[in-house]
Design a protein around this ligand. Structure first.
Ligand code: AMP
Length: 117
């Protein structure tokens, strides 16, 4: 693993292939895979290859990877959704972040309510 990986991180292990996932796309900066517990007909997680705990910390240290992640999330949404989708970055335990490796949830395929609960 590179110095930007955490050997104890579940999503770093998906990046390396140590833990299997249903991969949707891979780019030099990102890996995207289907969420194991989907909350919508389309529920894809897009993660940076480098380990950073959340989108803010990624943006602070790696603008290129941050832009690549957003661009890939958009590409996946356009490929799997018909116009409408939601991009979610749960950040912090109180916001229901459970895996502390930055990830974008791409949710689509059903009506999505507001506010999120
Ligand atoms: P969050 O609650 O925002 O941290 O989201 C973490 C997401 O990772 C949840 O939606 C989980 O269902 C998903 N997840 C956990 N383990 C795996 C896995 N091995 N493969 C795919 N998705 C996973």
């Amino acid at each position: 693993m590179s110095s930007t990986a955490d050997p104890d991180c579940l999503f770093c292990k998906i990046v390396t292939g140590e833990i299997p996932a249903e991969i949707v796309s891979q780019t030099p900066h990102t890996v995207a895979f289907r969420d194991v517990d989907p909350q919508a007909p389309t529920h894809v997680l897009v993660i940076p290859r480098r380990h950073e705990p959340d989108i803010g910390s990624l943006a602070a240290v790696d603008a290129e990877a941050t832009i690549a992640l957003l661009a890939e999330a958009r590409k996946i949404a356009e490929a799997h959704a018909e116009g409408s989708y939601r991009l979610v970055f749960n950040t912090g335990a109180e916001a229901h972040q459970t895996v502390f490796h930055c990830h974008a949830h791409v949710l689509a395929g059903r009506a999505l309510g507001w506010p999120p609960v």
